[in-house]
Every structure is written in structure tokens, then in C-alpha cells.
Design a protein around this ligand. Structure first.
Ligand code: SF4
Length: 399
């Protein structure tokens, strides 16, 4: 490959061959001017370009010139061989709980047809939710919205017993796609509450999982989100006290909060291991390790995905710029000079197809190379809910 190289893209990312020669010459001219100094290029050529074509240079970086054309979209021109490197973090994306919830909804649609009702988003991801809306799923926030006798699926985040009671009263056919690791926390809550403990739940207010967990024993729970809230707790040394955690917390934050709880209430009890799930821990560990080699971290996931947010925060805390995006359409070229090492990871509810869209976006614009960096293999599988397996064995012929 020659030392000089010019590629250009329209806003949608598709090469425009009839423009290539003209823009290539323009890029060559800019590249020569680079030898006269970046400052001169920025000042002189920017003015010249405006006079010549009424196009406007938006930005000039070491490897790319972005030009807003007089008519048409902004063109991004690579002026030198790009050396961008993508480190694809592993594990990333779907966890066993999300896989199970998605397969449950797919199977339920096959068995019962549509419309089929889902209490809250099946998983916290825009693409997954939009796909199922197209296929006939109806997402509801209250059981009262579901017609009598309809099929209602509980999402991976779990629900309070009160929701199950109302569903039964409305004679709904309920299918429970709660992740077993969330159910484990529910069972711990019930055990502690029955034994007379007050329970401090470490979690984020308003999250579906937190609402479902606190609903297991509403009178027993106090929610805390940080060490300051621990400091304001007023339990006595004689109170029976336990703690539990949301499954998708930052490992570091949870550890700090648990340490503070134990300092203030040495008699507090908790699960042998905190409740942060394997998928959350593995994805965070991958970002922690790989960000040491990164200039920038891209986290694929929706903004209401707790574990995706934690991944983006983790990179930021380590001083690495990070961006949480729902897809390639949200990538901003101003984030890059073109020679970065970019870690790409994905929250536990983000589809791999969206990750690959982002990889292609960077490859197309920056000739990025891709390296898979898997820090741990995951082989976790959760079976479909038993009520669905039973229905499937009756209604679906064996393969
Ligand atoms: S992130 Fe963890 S707790 Fe949540 S669905 Fe996945 S495996 Fe289950």
C-alpha cells in the first residue's frame, strides 16, 4: 500500500467513485501543505478552499480532513495510511439471562401468536425491544393494561409478587423470564425478611430489578446508592441487619459501599459472595484490563441499561474517554484522529450485530484493524421457563 492514500465517504458511509479523483487531488494538495506546517494548513488552506468552492473544511487531523461540501454531505478524507486499531473486548454482549429471556419471548410468540404482552422491556435494549414490537409484542408498565386471559411475559429483571398476584386475578397466562441470578437475590431477600432482618439493598432507585427485588419484602428494605447514603442510615447495633446488591452494579462501587456498611454496622450479614452477576463482572474486568491499552472506549448499549452504563463509567474513571452508544449512527467522527486504539465492548443486552455495525463503521473510515481480546470464556446457559417448556412439549412436534 502506498504511503499516500485517500478515501472518501458520504454521510451514509458509501464511497462515491465519481468524486474520488477530485477529492483525492484535493487531499493530495492538503497533504503537501502539511509539510508546511499544520498551522499554515489550518489557516491558509481553509480560507483558500472556501474561496475556490464554497466548501468548508470542518476539521484537519493527523490522518483525516473533513470537508463540508458546497452541495451534499460532509466528506471525510483519509490522507495517510490509517493505523487505527480496534480491540474487541471479550466477553461482551448478551449474557445467559438475556439469551434466555429473548428465546422465551421468541418461543412464546411461536406457541401463542400475537399480540403477546411483556411486563416492562424484555431486556434494556432499544434494538431488541423494537424488533419484538415489529413481531407483535406489546410492552406494558402495568398489568392492568393487559386484557383478561392474555399471555403476559415477565422480563429478565424480575417482578414483585404483587405483580404476579394481579396477573393471576386477571387470569393471565404468565410466563416468567426472570433471570435465575435475579431470582437468587429474591430468594435471599425472602429468607432474610422471614428471619426478621432489615435489608439494605445496594442499587439504583427506579431500576426494574430494584423494584422487583424490594417488592419481595417491601417493609424490610432500605435502598442505598453510595457511601454517603450509608452514613445516613440510623440502624442500631441491636438491629438484625443484612445487605443485598443489584446484579448489575459497578464491582468497585459495590465493594466500597459494602466496606462502609461493615465499618458502620460490623454485625451486618450478607451473601457469601456479592450478588453482582458473572456477566457484569466479566464485562467490567475486560474493560478494566483492555482500557490500559486504549485511547478510547466505545460501549454498545442502551442508556437505560445499567450494566452498559457501568462499563462506560469504568473507562472514564480510568481516564479513558468513553462513549455509550446505541449503534453506529451515534458514532461521531470528531472523537477520532484516526490512529487511536479503540476498545469496543457491549453491555449484556446489546446484540452482536450492532457491535459489528460499529466495527464496520470504523473499518470503512479509518482502515481499522480488529483484534479480539477475550479475557475469559463464558459457558453459562439458562433453560427456558418450565411453563414454556411444558407448553412446547405439548404443542410443538419434536424436531
Ligand atoms: S446481566 Fe446478569 S443478572 Fe442480568 S440478565 Fe444477565 S446474567 Fe442475569
Amino acid at each position: 500500500m502506498s504511503a499516500y492514500q485517500a478515501h472518501h465517504f458520504n454521510a451514509g458511509g458509501f464511497p462515491m467513485p465519481w468524486l474520488r479523483n477530485g477529492i483525492g487531488l484535493l487531499a493530495f494538495a492538503f497533504s503537501l501543505l502539511r509539510f508546511c506546517g499544520d498551522a499554515a494548513l489550518g489557516r491558509i488552506e481553509k480560507g483558500n478552499a472556501r474561496r475556490r468552492s464554497r466548501s468548508e473544511i470542518r476539521s484537519v487531523t493527523k490522518n483525516m480532513i473533513s470537508i463540508r461540501m458546497a452541495s451534499g454531505p460532509t466528506q471525510h478524507i483519509l490522507t495517510w495510511n490509517s493505523v487505527m486499531k480496534i480491540l474487541l473486548a471479550g466477553p461482551r454482549g448478551f449474557c445467559a439471562g438475556v439469551n434466555m429471556a429473548i428465546e422465551t419471548l421468541e418461543m412464546a410468540i411461536r406457541l401463542y401468536g400475537t399480540p403477546i404482552y411483556v411486563f416492562h422491556e424484555i431486556v434494556h435494549n432499544k434494538h431488541v425491544v423494537e424488533r419484538f414490537v415489529r413481531e407483535g409484542a406489546v410492552f406494558v408498565d402495568t398489568v392492568e393494561e393487559v386484557p383478561h386471559g392474555a399471555v403476559l411475559l415477565f422480563s429478565a429483571h424480575g417482578v414483585a409478587p404483587q405483580v404476579r398476584t394481579v396477573a393471576a386475578q386477571r387470569q393471565l397466562r404468565a410466563i416468567d423470564a426472570t433471570c435465575p441470578l435475579v431470582t437468587k437475590v429474591h430468594l435471599e431477600a425472602i429468607k432474610y425478611a422471614k428471619a426478621g432482618y432489615s435489608i439494605v439493598l445496594i442499587g439504583h432507585e427506579g431500576h426494574d430489578e430494584v423494584i422487583g427485588t424490594m417488592g419481595q419484602a417491601p417493609d424490610a428494605f432500605t435502598l442505598v446508592d453510595n457511601t454517603e447514603e450509608v452514613d445516613s442510615l440510623t440502624f442500631l447495633s441491636t438491629d438484625k441487619l443484612a445487605y443485598l446488591t443489584q446484579t448489575t452494579l459497578s464491582v468497585d462501587d459495590a465493594s466500597r459501599i459494602i466496606t462502609r456498611l461493615k465499618e458502620r454496622f460490623p454485625h451486618i450479614v450478607g451473601p457469601p459472595k456479592d450478588d453482582i452477576c458473572y456477566a457484569t463482572q466479566n464485562r467490567q474486568e475486560a474493560v478494566r484490563l483492555l482500557s490500559a491499552d486504549a485511547d478510547l472506549v466505545i460501549v454498545v448499549g442502551s442508556r437505560n441499561s445499567s450494566n452498559s452504563q457501568r462499563l462506560a463509567e469504568l473507562a472514564c474513571e480510568r481516564g479513558i474517554p468513553s462513549h455509550l452508544i446505541d449503534g453506529a449512527g451515534e458514532i461521531d467522527p470528531t472523537w477520532f484522529a484516526g490512529d487511536e486504539t479503540v476498545v469496543i465492548t457491549a453491555g449484556a443486552s446489546a446484540p452482536e450485530s450492532v457491535v459489528q455495525d460499529c466495527v464496520e463503521w470504523l473499518k470503512l473510515r479509518y482502515n481499522a484493524t480488529v483484534e479480539e481480546r477475550t479475557i475469559r470464556e463464558e459457558n453459562v446457559y439458562f433453560p427456558l421457563p418450565k411453563e414454556l417448556r411444558a407448553a412446547a412439549s405439548v404443542q410443538l412436534p419434536m424436531a
